[in-house]
Design a protein around this ligand. Structure first.
Ligand code: ZN
Length: 153
């Protein structure tokens, strides 16, 4: 019985990697380093879909008016008016600017999550959840290291 379960698990996993591989391959080829000053931590998050440690981002404290841009390509992604404190330890937003991101389903860590990446340069930014507190119902959970804040004026 145990052996049979193991075999089913192995078949399931290889099927999953088979269906996700072509997509991952296509996806990774579209990403390019545009900002030559990216740190190793930034690269690991943006190009390998890593996650920064919770409560480490300086942007958690950022409350000024302005816009959040992609740290790789500079594209404008979020307005400060969409930012809220989710208590999760990652900068959180109720909505992105129109066309800022593209999404894909991410099955890593045994969870089904919606991953989003910069529509302009393709780098990973975070995951979007449907438990946001505002009318949009969305919660964009963004790695702070992927963002650059530019205050108004
Ligand atoms: Zn970008």
């Amino acid at each position: 019985m145990i052996l049979r379960r193991k075999i089913i698990k192995i078949i399931g996993l290889s099927f999953l990697s088979f269906i996700s591989f072509p997509y991952r391959f296509l996806y990774s080829t579209t990403k390019k380093i545009i900002n030559p000053d990216l740190s190793e931590d930034q690269k690991s998050i943006m190009f390998n879909e890593g996650t920064e440690r919770a409560f480490t981002s300086k942007l958690l404290e950022e409350k000024r008016k302005g816009f959040y841009h992609c740290a790789n390509c500079g594209a404008k992604l979020f307005a400060s008016t969409a930012k809220f404190d989710s208590g999760t330890g990652w900068p959180s937003f109720s909505e992105a600017l129109p066309g800022a991101f593209k999404t894909k389903i991410d099955y890593s860590f045994g969870m089904k999550r919606v991953e989003y990446h910069c529509a302009n340069c393709g780098v990973h930014h975070g995951h979007v959840f449907l438990d946001g507190p505002t009318a949009s119902g969305k919660r964009f959970c963004n790695n702070g290291l992927c963002l650059i804040f530019k205050p108004e004026n």
